[in-house]
Write a protein that binds this ligand. Structure first.
Ligand SMILES: Cc1ncc(COP(=O)(O)O)c(C=O)c1O
Length: 348
């Protein structure tokens, strides 16, 4: 089966580019010095590929569904829910399942309420926490000065406190590397101060845009590096675009062409998808309308296949049920289909 035999729109992965990305990261941050973030790809099959090829066996998640899916698939050696939850019931079920499977689950906490939820869930088995610290992104995380008190409260509630995390999400996507270097320093000074009060051997931070700028933390939480997108491509990182949406030109006029992948096939919060060599005019529910320059290889014809590059990997993947794995080095018919990985961790 070839890529061009599949119905469109089709989410597909260039396996050679993915493996390049796995290898580059594994060389820079081997083993547990990287905690790959599953939110960027939401697939246990891809997580297993990253573990087997890259040698990383500790994962990071954003949702309870992601954690539960990893545990159920035998990928739960050390799973971190790098997010807050108050869902005692599902967290409790998860702890019970993890205990049965010999998996290790850790959850981020930043308040008395999230500690109480974790303590409740821990009646079903061992559950550890990291104190989540606000290092400059106005999202989750406690003020650094509160971290020690929260750690004491968690210990008093019977929870194991493994350390701290602090995600500098306001820094990771900025194309100015010098600025990123400075800001990682600023953020990690805050996390370091919190860690002095909290203790524990886990210090966790970072993302794709800062993976090589962290000296102090034990582990970096990066996920986008695996599949990449055009927003991260602007940073000039050594990772290749590995995720595409294949579409079919369903209408063509003198001045523009229309392909059958629209904003229901792409996360658009980082901008329009890219059609290489063309200008995207606009994207609507099920269509992308694009124009081409004089120098282009010729106007697209109805029935042509086009390759689109997403601007934001995480929400793009979450729109699709599976990603087709393609050997693009065998270009006949758009490349050979070598596998299909379910996006089984989508939804919540
Ligand atoms: C808590 C947390 N850590 C790390 C990341 C890094 O991900 P990326 O690889 O996209 O930079 C994210 C992404 O949003 C995140 O939410």
């Amino acid at each position: 089966v070839r890529l061009h035999d599949l119905p469109t729109p089709t989410l597909w992965v260039d396996l050679a580019a993915l493996d390049h990305n796995v290898d580059v990261m594994a060389a820079a941050r081997p083993g547990r010095s990287l905690r790959p973030h599953v939110k960027a790809f939401k697939s246990t099959a891809l997580a297993a590929h990253v573990r087997d090829r890259g040698g990383h066996d500790a994962f990071c998640c954003a949702t309870l569904k992601e954690v539960a899916g990893l545990v159920a698939s035998g990928l739960g050696d050390d799973v971190l829910l790098a997010n807050e939850t108050l869902d005692r019931d599902r967290l409790g079920d998860l702890v019970a399942a993890a205990t049965e499977r010999g998996a290790r689950v850790t959850v981020a906490v930043d308040s008395a309420e999230t500690i109480a939820a974790a303590a409740d869930a821990a009646t079903n088995g061992p559950l550890a926490v990291l104190v989540d610290v606000d290092v400059g992104l106005p999202r989750c995380g406690c003020p650094p000065a509160d971290a020690g008190r929260l750690a004491d409260d968690a210990r008093a509630a019977g929870l194991e406190v493994r350390g701290v995390m602090g995600y500098e999400g306001h820094v990771v996507g900025n194309p100015d590397r010098t600025w990123r270097i400075e800001q990682v320093e600023v953020s990690m000074a805050l996390l370091r101060a919190a860690h002095d009060d909290v203790g524990g051997d886990v210090t966790s931070a970072g993302g794709t845009g800062t993976y090589d700028l962290h000296q102090w933390v034990r582990e970096v939480q990066a996920g986008s590096y695996l599949l990449m997108d055009t927003a991260y491509a602007r940073l000039g990182l050594p990772f290749q675009q590995a995720l595409f949406v294949q579409a079919t030109v369903i209408s063509a006029s003198a001045g523009h062409a229309v392909a059958d992948a629209g904003l229901k096939a792409f996360g658009m919060d980082h901008g329009e998808p890219t059609v290489e060599g063309c200008d995207v005019f606009f994207t609507s529910d099920e269509h992308v309308t694009f124009t081409w320059s004089e120098g282009h290889t010729g106007p697209p014809h109805v029935g042509d296949r086009v390759r689109l590059l997403p601007a934001h990997v995480d929400p793009t993947v979450a729109y699709h049920e599976r990603m087709w794995v393609i050997d693009a080095g065998d270009p006949e018919g758009g490349g050979e289909v070598v596998d299909a990985w379910p996006v089984d961790l989508r939804n919540w």
